[in-house]
Structures are given as structure tokens and as C-alpha cells.
Ligand binder design. Structure first.
Ligand SMILES: O=C(O)[C@@H](CO)OP(=O)(O)O
Length: 229
């Protein structure tokens, strides 16, 4: 039996200002820092001892991981950062205010962009100055792997190879793992490990800074799941 903990980053500055974020590297808000510190206290209270941590290459998730590990006295454990755990790329919506987008395109369209499994957002051109192609942290990637915008399906398809190659083998060996990532990269992993349908995943939400604890058997079946709050 292995423990797997998902933690969505604490509230970010753009969660607070209600802007589409995706791959834009915004910081935690003060409330987000408090949420991440509280997650550390909850993990300590729960007594979960981790062997390995994973996070994305985005500041809000990395900092959340560090606050959570510091609060549970395990800041020393090995950690791996991967772009594959990044938030879904929100394409040309990145930076826009969600309420203003709903006024412009309608609530229904914005809801479909945010939560449908396979509808892509409007794409960001690779020549746009905000393209991830201009960001040094993605310089080692095949340019074809750098998205101009992702739906949950595409997000899942880039998260799962990392899960299969890096994370699942460790869980099968009985290691306890924490993954600090993002609302939609964690929804993709949740869909995969809980076998949730394309339709039902639309209603699954992750709260900021709230650890979700799974017990997994050696076949990676979910034996139990609980949220710490
Ligand atoms: O803006 C984003 O990147 C995500 C997460 O904050 O938003 P949503 O919940 O709308 O997918």
C-alpha cells in the first residue's frame, strides 16, 4: 500500500483577480501562502511520511510544495520538477479576466472552454511574445511539444507519460508520493486514477491548497480517498 497526495497550489494572484492563468508564472497571493502553510500543518497532523515529491515548473506549485513540506518537517526529501505537471495551457485566454470573457462570449462558451474535456481554447500563436516558446525553461523541449492551448484531454495526454514513467513505478514499490500541481493537471490525474468518464470529469473541482490523500494498492487501485481540511 502506498500513499499518494495531490495538492493544488494555494490561491494565486490571478486566482484572486479571476484571470485565466495556464502557463503564466504568477505568484501565490498572501492567502495562497497561508493555505499552503496550513496544508503542511494538516500533513504533519496526519503523520504522512513522503519518499519523493513532484511538482511543475511553475512558481505557485513549487512554493506550495515547499511550504507543505516545510510545515510537515520534510523539506529535505527528493523533488522532481516537470513541465508535464504544469497547468493546462489556456491559449489566447491567458491573462483575460474570466468574468469579462463571460460577458464577451457568454457564460456557456466560457464554461465549455473551462470544463469540457475536449474543446480547445482559442490558441496562442508561437510568434506571440507570451508564447512559452520564448521562455528559457522550455528551451529543451521539442518545439512541437510546446502548446498554443490545451483542453483537458491534451493535458491528460502529456501528464500521463510522466505518471507512467516516473510516478507509478515508485508507488508500485510502496513509496509515498506528494504531487503539488494545478487544478487541471490534477483533474487529469484524478480522471486517470479514478477512471472518471469524460462527462463526469466536468464536475470535478480541486480546492486551492487542500491536500487529497489516496491509499493505493500495488495495482494502483484506489483503496481510499480523503481530503484534509
Ligand atoms: O486559470 C487557470 O489556469 C485555471 C486554474 O486557476 O482556471 P480554471 O479553473 O478556470 O480552469
Amino acid at each position: 500500500m502506498a500513499k499518494l497526495v495531490f495538492i493544488r497550489h494555494g490561491q494565486s494572484e490571478w486566482n484572486l483577480s479571476n484571470q485565466f492563468t495556464g502557463w503564466v508564472d504568477v505568484n501565490l497571493s498572501e492567502e495562497g501562502v497561508r493555505q499552503a502553510q496550513n496544508a503542511g500543518a494538516l500533513l504533519k497532523q496526519e503523520g504522512i511520511l513522503f519518499d519523493q515529491a513532484y511538482t511543475s515548473v511553475l512558481t505557485r506549485a513549487i512554493k506550495t510544495l515547499h511550504y507543505a513540506l516545510e510545515g510537515s518537517d520534510q523539506l529535505w526529501i527528493p523533488e522532481t520538477k516537470s513541465w508535464r505537471l504544469n497547468e493546462r495551457h489556456y491559449g489566447a485566454l491567458q491573462g483575460q479576466n474570466k468574468a469579462e470573457a463571460a460577458e464577451k462570449w457568454g457564460d456557456e462558451q466560457v464554461h465549455v472552454w473551462r470544463r469540457s474535456y475536449d474543446t480547445l481554447p482559442p490558441l496562442l500563436d508561437a510568434s506571440d511574445e507570451g508564447s512559452a516558446a520564448n521562455d528559457r525553461r522550455y528551451a529543451h523541449l521539442d518545439p512541437k511539444a510546446i502548446p498554443g492551448g490545451e483542453n483537458l484531454k491534451v493535458t491528460l495526454e502529456r501528464v500521463i507519460p510522466f505518471w507512467e514513467d516516473e510516478i507509478a513505478p515508485k508507488l508500485i514499490d510502496g513509496e509515498n508520493i506528494i504531487i503539488a500541481a494545478h487544478g487541471n493537471s490534477l483533474r487529469a490525474l484524478t480522471k486517470y486514477i479514478e477512471n472518471i468518464s469524460d462527462e463526469d470529469i466536468m464536475d470535478v473541482e480541486m480546492a486551492t491548497g487542500e491536500p487529497v490523500v489516496y491509499d493505493l494498492d500495488e495495482n494502483l487501485n484506489v483503496v481510499s480517498k480523503k481530503k484534509l481540511n
